[in-house]
Design a binder for this molecule. Structure first.
Ligand SMILES: [Fe+2]
Length: 359
């Protein structure tokens, strides 16, 4: 089950080129390419004639020529040529998806095109701020349903066991998490006081000694997360207190794209307020985070298998509250969307079969 009226990351923007690139999003096959003017384009990856993927054809200017019988489609999805056919019926077309380049990513809108508004794409703070650095980030395919990934990203406690040598320490095991249901998602957060700086962050923190640490885990509908880490000198942290001048801040952006019900494409990059222009810091972060996310991937692949292969009942813990709230909120939005779609389809349907009035 997916929310369709939403933006999802289809690829890195630099992956959308003059080569046809097949991807799969929410179970739909899409071909990506770039027009000669540099605009990204996204079409249904199936010729309406014999359903050959258009990505097996070739680009001719801004149009794709099918590799089977030469039908040609423009970026809007219209068929502009059928060899040996004089007049192409307007009904011959493929679906064209709204697509926008932003933050180095190519975002596709999977719902009704008329509802696509680029201003609703997940907002990345400090993107153009010269005092903040960014790393190139990465992506991977996780062999699990995307909701196991959103579960993971609303669960600060897992770092104590899954990321023992990087993000975790003993404080992560015990401190309770505050959960907030927001309009656009769910936040799980906690301050931990007078604790050690977690190993991953030690090279980046400007102050010496122990710290107060904020873990802010936030996932917004449909499946996009910001994980904010704050480290300040011990005794200076806490809710409703100004951020200390020596604070190390890292915003980790995580965008999950369901490939289908059992596979997820996971894109990420980080923004930071320390060593903004140091390339080696970006490289260290890229390597460290890929290592940590690979630890998550091993767990999540196995969780998917665990649920698939075991029919015995499972339990939930208090630490699952944020994840369950998110699932519930998303489920309500999906149900509302599907209800609206079903209602629209019913009102489109001709009244055939109903008894005429008066009989
Ligand atoms: Fe993790």
């Amino acid at each position: 089950m997916f929310l369709r009226n939403a933006w999802y990351v289809a690829a890195w923007d630099h992956e959308v080129t003059r080569e046809l690139r097949p991807v799969q999003v929410l179970g739909e096959r899409i071909v990506l390419y770039r027009t000669e003017a540099g605009e990204p384009a996204a079409l249904e990856d199936a010729c309406p004639h014999r359903k050959l993927p258009l990505s097996m054809g070739r680009l001719r200017g801004d149009e794709i020529e099918c590799g089977y019988h030469g039908l040609v489609f423009d970026p809007a999805g219209r068929c502009t040529r059928i060899p040996a056919v004089k007049r192409v019926p307007a009904s011959v077309r493929v679906r064209s998806y709204p697509i926008v380049s932003r933050y180095g990513l190519a975002w596709v809108w999977m719902g009704e095109a008329a509802k696509a508004r680029p201003e609703t794409i997940f907002s990345v703070g400090h993107w153009d701020d010269p005092c903040w650095g960014k790393n190139t980030g990465g992506c991977m395919t996780v062999d699990c349903n995307y909701l196991y990934v959103t579960d993971n990203l609303l669960d600060p406690s897992h770092v104590a066991w899954v990321h023992r040598t990087s993000f975790g320490n003993d404080a992560c095991e015990a401190e309770p998490v505050q959960v907030t249901a927001a309009e656009d998602g769910v936040i799980a957060a906690r301050w931990m006081y007078d604790t050690d700086v977690a190993p991953f962050y030690v090279p980046f923190v400007a102050f010496k000694g122990r710290c107060d640490r904020l873990q802010h885990y936030e996932v917004r509908f449909p499946s996009h997360a910001i994980i904010r880490a704050v480290f300040v000198p011990a005794g200076t942290g806490g809710y409703d207190r100004p951020i200390h001048g020596q604070a190390a801040l890292m915003d980790s952006y995580n965008f999950m794209t369901p490939i289908d019900a059992d596979h997820t494409r996971y894109f990420w990059f980080q923004m930071r307020n320390f060593f903004p222009h140091e390339e080696h810091v970006s490289k260290l972060m890229d390597e460290g985070l890929r290592g940590a996310f690979t630890e998550d991937k091993v767990i999540l692949n196995a969780v998917q298998q665990g649920f698939a292969l075991n029919s015995s009942p499972h339990i939930d813990l208090a630490t699952d509250r944020a994840a369950l709230l998110f699932r519930r909120g998303l489920g309500q939005r999906i149900a509302a969307e599907q209800g609206a779609a079903a209602g629209a389809a019913a009102s489109d349907r001709p009244a055939a079969g109903r008894a005429p009035a008066g009989m």
